[in-house]
Design a protein around this ligand. Structure first.
Ligand code: ADP
Length: 159
């Protein structure tokens, strides 16, 4: 049985992430999606528990996907949860440089390997930071996020 860990900020989860989880859930027996507050990405829009709720609602149809949050090193979580690999999505070559360095560091400190899943090119422009920015100014991002996220973004826009 192969269990993989898919970590990220997911603030909020969008359909680029959904595509990676759908693929991982087909390739591997179990997928753990873990959300973290990334200090490099500022305070964020949604609290961690709201991100978890949106992830749970978005992946409720996939029985082999579970959701968690963490504040430790990704590799410590991977080991605690007995995950065989970390999975990361790749949007473009620009992601690769940073992700490769992180994967090599994680391998060096823990022996845990990272597997990359490339995004379909039609989703490669998507980033949570852009979704937040467009939504903040009232833009319609409903086609780019799962419906539980669209609902919460509308609530924020209305408040
Ligand atoms: P974002 O960059 O959208 O804020 P995260 O930090 O939550 O996303 O990213 C979590 C993981 O999802 C990373 O491996 C990232 O490369 C990947 N990812 C983000 N956006 C996409 C996308 N549009 N297609 C495929 N993978 C993506």
């Amino acid at each position: 049985m192969t269990r993989v860990l898919y970590p990220g900020s997911f603030d909020p989860v969008h359909i680029g992430h959904v595509e990676i989880v759908d693929t991982a859930a087909t390739l591997f027996d179990e997928v753990v999606v873990a959300t973290v507050r990334n200090p490099q990405k500022g305070t964020g829009l949604f609290a961690l528990d709201a991100r978890m709720d949106m992830l749970s609602e978005s992946f409720a149809h996939l029985p082999n996907v579970t959701i968690t949050m963490f504040s430790s090193l990704v590799v410590d979580l991977a080991r605690d949860l007995e995950c065989d690999f970390i999975v990361k999505g790749l949007r473009a070559v620009s992601d690769f440089e940073n992700e490769l360095q992180m994967a090599q560091m994680n391998l060096e400190i823990s022996g845990v390997h990272t597997m990359f899943i490339p995004s379909a090119s039609k989703y490669s422009f998507l980033a949570s930071s852009l979704i937040r920015e467009v939504a903040k100014f009232g833009g319609d991002v409903s086609s780019m996020v799962p419906s539980p996220v669209a609902k919460r973004l509308e609530e924020l826009q209305g408040s």
